[in-house]
Design a protein around this ligand. Structure first.
Ligand code: EPZ
Length: 440
């Protein structure tokens, strides 16, 4: 009796503190058909939310995806005294009551983007204590460019007990060149520079649409920024900013994931609420594989009748092919007749999905940051394990075209970045079910 009580509660505690162990059961073979509404961008929301630290007041952020990473960022901001409420896809934030300038390890360890609060905190309050994010499923992801940028702006940055401590009476504008056009470093430095004294120049800045959207919101808040949409951002610091309402951009990675799912199942699917311009490189690649695409305003219709043609892929910074669709593309190329090369130039070791796809019967070889796919092998259902967000997306896509049942474990990874993925896929005709974790 006592033992059962301890066992159940220990497991419950573990699960509550950690992630639930839900899984998906997928029956392959159905063609996807119909319309799907694309959510707001996860990486867009994760850039707009920390910006509310820069000016006290209320913010309404529309088209915010209702998913785990947004909840994690909300919990982090709430732990600082910021009011956050997500009502379906409307996020309401009140940053007037900030009482702490610390981002604890417990939050940051769950999500690297938590590190994006560093710049705004130092800029507004002259101090911040933010946990270092540590590594992730696919290797080291340093933040040296974030720290170098803040030091260039005059912040005193020290590392103590796994935390970054940054202090500055007032940041001073500076010229900052990014060795790598890092999305996160650009966002952190850009936000910090808006309240710095004098002007800042960020060269080799990231061009990702999420950064352009952040810069646009900062301008609405009163910031002075030139060169938006280019990799040379010039920011004239101002004394203060003011809160604004903003509409988040559509999620280009979710859109690409659904387009690839449609192509893999030889389906006919129309995406609503997308920005086709953000997907130019991806749409070009899809057409090379033989997909028929019809772009109409904020809708994209994809039709696919045959097996895809073999098309190599090399990831790059925007407007190149995003690394966040590399895993999904690899799953797609499992169906192509031929040998396909998939090179990830952003993350050297982002191939945790490969051993799992091999469990389904795929033939893939990894040489450093290149995956060599020998396509058109018969795939048969098995149990596979998610290791990170986009890897789990590739396993789900593979499950849609695999004979028999595929069980995808640890889908808490997918819940981090896709809103209601199984109901959206089911509406398109997929056979996918979530199996909730049963406690003893
Ligand atoms: C953003 O991560 C995205 N996350 C990632 O999406 C995406 O994969 C990545 O950009 C690249 O496009 C969010 O927007 C929340 P980076 P971020 O700084 O900002 C190196 C997903 O699946 N680097 O642009 O962390 C780094 O190691 C996620 O939605 C340094 O060397 O990426 C990497 O090789 C996963 N030093 C490259 O730059 C630094 O200080 C790009 O990283 C920072 C980065």
């Amino acid at each position: 009796m006592l033992f059962d009580f301890i066992r159940t509660n220990f497991v419950k505690t573990l699960l509550t503190n950690k992630d639930n162990m839900d899984k998906f059961i997928i029956e392959g073979g159905n063609k996807l058909k119909g319309r799907v509404h694309i959510s707001g961008a996860k990486n867009g929301a994760l850039a707009l939310m920390p910006a509310t630290i820069l000016a006290p007041g209320t913010y309404h952020q529309k088209n915010t995806p209702n998913l785990r990473d947004v909840w994690t960022m909300s919990r982090l901001l709430s732990s600082m005294g910021i009011f956050c409420e997500l009502n379906e896809n409307d996020l309401f934030i009140d940053s007037s009551g900030i009482s702490s300038f610390e981002a604890p390890y417990d939050h940051v360890k769950k999500m690297r983007a938590s590190f994006y609060v560093l710049g705004p905190l130092v800029a507004r309050f002259g101090e911040a204590r933010v946990s270092l994010p540590g590594g992730c499923a696919w290797g080291p992801r340093p933040v040296d460019l974030h720290l170098k940028g803040l030091e260039k702006l005059g912040a005193e940055v020290t590392l103590e007990g796994g935390y970054v401590q940054a202090k500055a009476k007032r940041l001073i504008g500076a010229k900052i060149h990014l060795d790598v056009s890092s999305v996160g470093a650009t966002g952190n430095i850009l936000m910090a520079a808006t309240l710095a004294e004098g002007s800042t120049l960020i060269s080799n800045a990231a061009l990702e649409p999420e950064i352009t959207a952040l810069a646009r919101m900062l301008v609405k808040m009163g910031a002075k920024i030139n060169g938006i949409g280019t990799n040379l951002l010039e920011i004239e610091g101002v004394g203060e900013l003011h809160p604004v309402d903003e509409e988040n951009i559509p999620d280009r990675i979710e859109a690409a994931t659904f387009l690839i799912a449609a192509a893999m199942t030889k389906g006919t699917v129309e995406l609503e609420n997308v920005n086709p311009y953000h997907l130019t490189s991806v749409l070009t690649k899809l057409e090379e594989t033989g997909c028929k695409l019809d772009v109409n305003g904020n809708n994209i219709l994809l039709e696919m009748e045959d097996e895809p043609l073999p098309v190599d892929l090399t990831t790059a910074v925007y407007p190149g092919i995003p690394t966040d669709i590399q895993a999904q593309w690899l799953a797609y190329m499992l169906l192509a007749n031929g040998t396909i090369k998939i090179t990830d130039n952003i993350y050297q070791d982002r191939f945790k999905h490969v051993p799992e796809l091999q469990r389904l019967g795929a033939s893939i070889e990894i040489i450093e940051n290149i995956a060599i796919v020998n396509g058109a092998k018969r795939l048969s259902g098995a149990t596979v394990m998610s290791s990170d967000l986009r890897a789990s997306a590739s396993l789900i896509l593979a499950g849609l075209v695999t004979e028999g049942k595929t069980e995808v474990l640890r889908i808490y990874h997918i819940d981090r970045g896709y809103e209601n993925i199984e109901s959206k896929l089911t509406k398109l005709g997929a056979s996918i079910h979530r199996v909730k974790t049963e406690l003893f």
